[in-house]
Design a protein around this ligand. Sequence first.
Ligand code: PMP
Length: 345
Amino acid sequence: MTNVHDNILGLIGNTPMVRLNQVTKHIPAKVYAKLESSNPGHSTKDRIALHIIEAAEKRGLLTPGSTIIETTSGNTGFSIAMVSIIKGYKCILSVSDKTKPEKIAYLKALGAKVYICPASVPADDPRSYYEVAKRIAKETPNSIYINQYFNELNIDAHYQSTGPEIWEQTDGKITHIFGCTGTGGTLSGSAKFLKEKNPDIKVIGVDADGSILKTYHETGKVDESEIHSYQIEGLGKNLIPGALLFDKIDEFVRVNDEDSAYRTREIALREAIMGGYTTGAVVQALIQYAQNNTLTEKDIIVLIFPDHGSRYISKVYSDDWMAEQGFSKNGFSSYDAVLKTEMEK
Ligand code: PMP
């Protein structure tokens, strides 16, 4: 039997790549999207959930009925909940109140217990989703705390899977990789592997307007004045994650909510790829990078598309939401407006 698996976890990894033919066609390089939405939990986080939980099993830290605890903006939660079901563990998650109700419903549908915490408080506030997860982990016997922001197995999962896949899929010809950085694990692990193979590969991190990562990379300092709230989930931080290997990243590009939202919808409309909000962010980052750097036909660029658009229907794919954000000044706030502009070109 081929392509038949014992359970859903057998589908994790080995995600396909698709060439982008429209949204970046003004850039001479070949641009490929690695579709992490093809994982069974629809995001890159399936890889770390499986890797970290299996590492804990190997160390004898988990027994049937153990509890897995994590703080998550959504994707890591889905993945941990999925792995927990198959392996017979309980799953407790703390999420920020920025998380949309349908994401929370999805987590609950996968059997997770969910604590909703304010996004507006500092990371060290006892009400923050970090502190709530830590407290629950301390109070729950026979449990592990995944701690994806400071767990080096987060990097290792991508060093062992995503990086080698990209190397093989591009026949070792990749010249640039672009990845969104939340915990930093996806890009750090992939970059570590790829730079070992070829140190000339350029690694570009994508940071959010309102986050501190780009400036920290450039100056080694946190500029508190740069912190403000923003809408893109899963990208950027108000703390320095231990899973982000700054020395593997050549440059950060910072993108804003509006450009990334428009770009996400453009990718759906022109490439027929329904990606999450950070899919737009990573394409937007390449477009900004190409304005300041020379790219040629010989360049092979890989963009990591972290998750699927179905989780953002009432957010970036909603015309009402776009209008509420005031994202209409460039006339791209609705599907119709984008299509009309494209047809007029
Ligand atoms: N995009 C989305 C939608 C995410 O949820 C995340 C994870 N927080 C990322 C990008 C960034 O991935 P990583 O944590 O591996 O840096």
